[in-house]
Design a protein around this ligand. Sequence first.
Ligand code: RP5
Ligand code: MG
Ligand code: MG
Length: 254
Amino acid sequence: MPVDFPEYAPVEYTAPVVANKPVWADDEDKIAEFKFNALDGDTNRVSFDGTYEIEKDTSRPINLHGRTGMRGRGLLGKFGPNHAADPVVSRWQRLANGEVARDEEGQPVLEIVFIKRKDTGEWALPGGMVEAGDTVSVTLKKEFGEEALNSLEADEVARETLKAVVDRIFQNGDEIYRGYVDDPRNTDNAWMETVAVNFHDKTGSAFGHFNLTAGDDAGSVAWVKVTPDMALYASHADFVREVYSRRSADYGSA
Ligand code: RP5
Ligand code: MG
Ligand code: MG
């Protein structure tokens, strides 16, 4: 139960792009009919973090992780959880002769595909929202294709090649995290949750050859050796730390 806080006066904000009822957003006029804490048609309104409460007077869900200073949905389409998926595609950095590169301490260097988000300018995993009817596995591939391979702008032939690349990379996933994300868009009534999955190239040839090209949400894309001083989007530093730890890679110190 939230602690009483009588002075709490959050601002009410739902961005016009959300309030104008695009297909990906809830229509608040129908909120009383939504099946919260359940699968509601094509929309998964179940939280990974447990059962959330509903405000009696507004029928809006209450963020399980406390107050954000904002009521309404802000920039988010759904009331309650907005589900996303984050691919963490990793490999060992290699020298021209194919050997694994090592840092000053002799530790192997792990690299992860990161994008620079156009909205905040921060480094982020190339993740995105699970669209109605899609699964997490489909979203992982779709978002990686769109943001790290620019599949949206590829012609039909190139798109087939990219599909083969993505199918090859996304074979053996290791789930890193599922739950709430500390996303800057979260409000008291709408928040981000994600499933982060690591796909790792152990051998240097498992992924085959492909070129990174930024697309959609991504201003740029690169293989990045992440260090603790880098400003990463939302909770992405937590996911990265977990991957470095599971792969016994050196994350460095801040
Ligand atoms: C974050 O927002 C998630 O971890 C995921 O990376 C991202 C999804 O939103 P968009 O990239 O579609 O804006 O909370
Ligand atoms: Mg996207
Ligand atoms: Mg995205």
